[in-house]
Design a protein around this ligand. Structure first.
Ligand code: ATP
Length: 286
């Protein structure tokens, strides 16, 4: 594994009742790279993302992030390690405001608000962190106030990132937002964690052409800023524009991998998309 490798997936496997959803795949994401996974419906893309982000455990294989094995870690630990994600259908807390939705992921970064937090796992001693947290919530300490200010600054900078869309909505409950704004809020929440790797599952699903173009522009901006991204996306124009490398899955396996132009010409890919008439919205790969 080279020093440039951020994420390394080796022989990853996951089956569901005999169905091999992910069947021994290996790939990597280098620092600053945008890698997309494409493939027909049911080819194992989301399962791969779920494995990488700790939502489900693999039946075999390894996942290494920045030199640390994470395939047995739960999703909270993986978030702490530096992977943040969004979900295929968009997940926000409906009754929380935009600002609170963005802040919610940051609880994993709290230190001054949660002293003695390691004692929470010890049944007889868990009252110690509880009392400490209560005291800090009511009275506060200089460190907790600094931490609060830092969190507020992160939330505001994420709202600024989507200023034109979320600026006026910062205090509105998420249920009142348009679908596209809910998805922007979700991306902002993931970015607030300043992840080493941003994992996006179909960020433009359900978006119209101009909303999709907006997401593309934001992805290109993130890429220019050096953000490493692992993306699953059905809109191939966007994939081919933003990706450094494209991985093509079919039946749980990787059937092609390479630069966008090479993948576009790969006969196995054309077969997977067009030969079996399982094309994605009639996109012409040729
Ligand atoms: N929790 C589960 N239980 C049983 N089968 C599952 C489960 N999750 C996924 N599968 C199956 O695993 C296979 C791969 O699914 P996955 O969602 O990873 O595909 P995908 O490439 O993301 O598809 P899509 O493009 O439609 O989102 C499918 O056959 C799916 O039905």
């Amino acid at each position: 594994m080279s020093a440039d490798t951020l994420l390394s997936v080796q022989k990853l496997e996951r089956h569901f009742d005999g169905l091999k959803a992910v069947d021994g795949i290996s790939f990597s994401v280098h620092r600053g790279e945008v890698v997309s996974i494409i493939g027909p419906n049911g080819s194992g893309k989301t399962t791969t993302l779920n494995l990488v982000t700790g939502a489900i455990r693999p039946n075999g294989g390894t996942i290494t992030l920045d030199g640390e094995r994470i395939e047995r870690a739960d999703s909270a630990r993986i978030a702490e390690h530096g992977i943040a994600r969004t979900f295929q259908n968009g997940r926000v807390f409906a009754t929380l405001s935009v600002a609170d939705n963005i802040e919610v992921g940051l609880h994993t970064t709290l230190r001054a608000h949660r002293p003695f937090r390691r004692l929470s796992n010890l049944f007889l001693l868990r009252w110690i962190p509880l009392l400490a947290e209560l005291y800090i919530a009511i009275v506060g300490t200089p460190a907790s106030r600094r931490e609060r200010a830092a969190i507020d600054a992160v939330v505001e900078s994420e709202i600024d990132r989507f200023e034109a869309r979320l600026g006026r909505r910062r205090d509105d409950p998420a249920y009142s937002l348009s679908y596209a704004n809910r998805r922007r809020t979700e991306i902002a929440r993931a970015l607030a964690l300043e992840p080493k790797l941003l994992v996006l599952d179909e960020p433009t699903a359900g978006m119209n052409q101009s909303e999709t173009a907006e997401v593309l522009a934001q992805l290109l901006e993130l890429k220019a800023a050096g953000q490493s991204i692992l993306l699953v996306e059905h809109k191939l124009d966007l994939v081919m524009t933003v990706s450094d490398r494209v991985i093509v899955m079919d039946g749980g396996r990787i059937i092609a991998e390479g630069r966008p132009d090479d993948v576009r010409r790969d006969t196995a890919v054309v077969e997977a998309y067009l030969g079996r008439r399982r094309g994605l919205g009639g996109v012409d790969l040729a």
